[in-house]
Design a protein around this ligand. Structure first.
Ligand code: ADP
Length: 797
């Protein structure tokens, strides 16, 4: 309660309390002192009276004169304070007694006690011995009334009460006035503080009246207000500045934003234009390249002098590498634009490898390099993946290996990795014996436009894009690419990828072999250790009994000894190129040795098929295979040579991979470019097809309506009516009569989505320009196959 009182009340109350307490203490002490003094005075007086009575009673006691004693006591009658008095004998027996009020005759005197006094109720009790010659002859007892003392005390209380009342009033009046000295400045401060907080006006000031602590408080308060005021002003100024800044910055941001949007739109436009430009450039460059490559190929098929052939071959190689560079740049732009995507299809791994190797074999052979390919037995036959891109990576790695290797061998190996959730991991490696790559360059070569050695650029050529593209492709395949290399022993490039397994594929099994091949005694003759190892392992997989010889001489020796021992070799796989005694020489010597039961000879060579084959035929050899030889090709050749059926591995048979080729089809060629018309016409005519030309989509449509054709080759970019439109119209009309003519779309565009667009329009197949003769005919065979006669010419091994 006190705490919540106003300061004025508090001050008044404090003053009053203090003064009243002081007064109370003073009065109280005075009363206590007075009471004590009175009591002592009464006691002394009563004691004196008792001594007097005692002294006068000694004789009465000595003589047992009770009356005299009673008379002596009767003298006390004059003293109204004495209520009662008694004299006791020495033995404590009541001897005489006096009572002030005779009506109290039932008063029972107390038993005598030791000398001394005590206060009981409102009376003083006093016992004193009565002495005679230092001998106690009795005891006197006096009981005295204290009424006087209490009456006086009551008066004192009344006086003190009155004094206190007056003093409190005076204190109240005085403190009420004086407390203002303290409370007024404080209240003033409170009022100023309230005003400041209510009005937020820091300009008001408290008034100062005194130089005491309150004055100091007012000063400090004013100073504080002053500081707040100046800070407030500074703050206000700062806020204004900030607001100005925010406005300015916002305007700037809006401007930058607008500029950014414009820049973004422009960048998108540039990217779009770039893609368009790339597509157009690709089209523009591929169209004349088609002419260059096609015409060169056609010219190479005519009668030429050796010099002309060499010139044309060089021109074809240059055109090929130009095309590779264009493709690389196109791929790289696609990667940059984030448009590179895989196109997974089911494919035969072994076949893909073998075909890839065949395209590279010539280059390797020209440099005198052995190109070998080996896959472990557990590698699945068919997988689902982007075969074209796997092939691209392999071509790049093997191409590099050939480029950077002067002598020795290049081994391509495939191993099976982990199978997880219907996907198999494949590990490819390309090992060469070339110049190697210094460790510090092994990371950077996977970056675009980086080559291990700047100076090699001139010596070896190349754009430095191949590995960067390969790395991206491998990443898309869910794998990684890396290199192990040391300058000296050569390099091994590895890459992995994940491939889906086709649904319902039976576990890879060794094809059922004709019984006569089991335990067949085969001699492998090759000077290359790796190749010997690969071949013997493959033969062992087919349960043949293979022996290896590392030279022609060793082979002849083994053959003769085996024949002498009565266990001759039935089949001999001969490497064409060996130092000292080569494969042809071994064959010749076997042929001429009448003591030998003539084994079947298969030649494995990496040199030009035409020349070698002629020589081989002259020597009476069975089959002539070009290295690297795929397992399927080898087995087929062995089976055929041993006189068995060629039905082994029918699963590998693909549409369009038949041994015969289609001839004599009636083909409608829709193409606007005259050079390309000529190239395609010659190509087709060389296979005895009959070609009708149409210069645009509309003409093609009209011609198709007029004449029956077996197939249409449709260029997609043509004036007036494009290929897309023409195909759509043909397909629409076909719906009425239920027929379907095979259409192959030809396009120089190689951008992503082209294939889909062509197929969507209604084409059955898609071939990019420059047209590869082999690819085109494969597709023609595949589409028009069942409708035309097969020319039964079987290519000889
Ligand atoms: P390019 O071959 O067109 O220059 P790549 O990206 O394919 O571009 O290769 C980049 C560089 O890596 C090559 O220039 C070469 O320095 C180095 N390189 C690649 N493969 C090999 C290899 N098998 N042996 C030695 N160096 C290699």
């Amino acid at each position: 309660m006190f705490r919540n009182l106003s300061i004025q009340r508090k001050l008044t109350l404090i003053v009053m309390l203090a003064s009243s307490l002081a007064l109370l203490l003073a009065c109280g002490s005075f009363i206590v002192y007075e009471v004590t003094r009175f009591r002592r005075a009464i006691r002394d007086e009563v004691s004196t009276v008792a001594q007097l009575i005692g002294a006068n009673s000694t004789a009465a006691l000595t003589f047992q004169d009770r009356r005299a004693a009673t008379e002596t006591l009767g003298a006390l009658r004059g003293d109204s304070r004495i209520l009662a008095a008694s004299i006791y004998t020495a033995s404590g027996e009541l001897f005489a007694q006096h009572l002030r009020d005779a009506r109290h005759d039932d008063f029972i005197p107390p038993r005598p006690r030791a000398a001394g006094h005590s206060f009981e109720g409102r009376a003083l009790l006093l016992f004193q011995p009565i002495m005679l010659d230092s001998e106690q002859v009795g005891t006197i007892y006096v009981r005295s009334d204290m009424q006087e003392v209490y009456s006086r005390l009551n008066r004192y209380f009344l006086i003190v009460g009155a004094v206190m009342g007056v003093a409190a009033l005076a204190a109240f009046l005085l403190s009420s006035r004086l407390q203002r000295l303290i409370s007024d400045p404080i209240l003033h401060l409170v009022q100023v503080a309230r005003q400041v907080s209510a009005e937020k006006n820091y300009a008001v000031r408290a008034e100062k009246h005194n130089e005491d602590e309150l004055g100091l408080l007012v000063d400090s308060f004013n100073e504080m207000l002053e500081q707040i005021q100046s800070r407030d002003v500074a703050l206000g100024r700062h806020r204004e500045q900030l607001e100005e800044q925010v406005v300015a910055r916002t305007a700037e941001l809006v401007k930058t934003n607008r500029e950014l949007v414009v820049a973004k739109d422009r960048a998108e436009e540039v990217a779009r234009l770039k893609s368009e430009f790339l597509a157009n450039m690709s089209h523009e460059i591929r169209t004349p390249m088609n002419g260059v490559l096609g015409m060169t190929e056609l010219a190479l098929d005519t009668a030429l002098t050796a010099e002309q052939r060499e010139y044309l071959q060089t021109a074809r190689i240059s055109a090929d590498s130009l095309l590779t560079i264009i493709n690389d740049i196109l791929d790289f732009s696609k990667i940059e634009a984030g448009k590179l995507a895989l196109d997974p299809v089911e494919f035969d791994l072994e076949e893909m490898l073998s075909e890839t190797m065949k395209t590279l074999a010539l280059r390797a052979d020209q440099k005198g390099l052995e190109l070998l390919c080996h896959s472990t037995a557990d590698v699945p036959g068919r997988v689902v993946g982007d075969a074209v891109r796997v092939r691209q990576v392999l071509v790049n790695l093997v191409g590099n290996a050939v480029k950077f290797t002067e002598q020795g061998e290049i081994v391509v190996a495939v191993k099976k990795g982990l199978t997880v959730g219907g996907e198999v991991g494949l590990h490819f490696s390309v090992c060469d014996t070339g110049i190697g790559i210094p460790p510090e360059k092994q990371k950077s070569i996977f970056e675009p436009f980086v080559q291990a050695d700047g100076s090699t650029t001139r010596r070896y050529g190349g754009t430095g894009l191949g590995l960067a593209i390969s790395a991206q492709l491998v990443e898309l395949m869910g794998g990684k690419i890396w290199v192990e290399s040391n300058p000296g022993p050569g390099s091994t490039f590895h890459f992995t990828g994940r491939f889906a397994l086709p649904a319902g594929q039976p576990p890879e099994t060794t094809p059922a072999l004709p019984v006569n091949l089991r335990d067949l005694r085969v001699l492998v003759v090759d000077d290359n250790d790796t190749n010997r190892k690969i071949l013997t392992e493959v033969l062992a997989r087919w349960e043949m009994s293979a022996t290896a010889a590392s030279s022609g001489m060793a082979a002849l020796d083994l053959i003769r000894r085996a024949a002498a021992a009565g266990r001759p070799f039935r089949l001999i796989l001969l490497d064409a190129h060996m130092p000292e005694v080569d494969g042809f020489e071994v064959a010749r010597q076997i042929h001429e040795d009448a003591s030998l039961s003539q084994p079947i000879l298969l030649m494995l060579s990496s040199t030009d098929r035409q020349v070698g084959m002629v020589r081989w035929r002259e020597l009476g050899g069975a089959a002539y295979l070009t290295k690297p030889v795929s397992r399927a090709d080898l087995l087929q050749a062995i089976v055929k040579a041993m006189g068995g059926a060629t039905r082994v591995q029918p699963s590998r048979e693909q549409p369009g991979r038949r041994e015969g080729e289609l001839h004599g089809l009636r083909i409608l060629l829709a193409e606007d470019n005259q050079v390309n018309q000529r190239v395609a016409c010659r190509m087709l005519e060389k296979k005895s097809h009959r070609v009708a030309l149409a210069a645009n989509g509309l003409k093609a449509l009209e011609q198709w309506r007029r004449e029956p054709f077996d197939l249409i080759l449709m260029d997609m970019q043509m004036p007036e009516v494009s290929g897309f439109e023409a195909i759509r119209l043909i397909r629409a009309e076909e719906k009425a009569n239920g027929r379907h003519i095979p259409i192959i779309a030809l396009t120089a565009h190689a951008m992503q989505g082209d294939r889909e667009r062509c197929l969507e329009a209604g084409a059955d197949e898609y071939v990019t320009k420059p047209i590869r003769t082999q690819e085109l005919f494969e597709k023609i065979d595949m589409l028009a196959g069942p409708r035309s006669a097969l020319c039964g010419e079987v290519p000889a091994f």
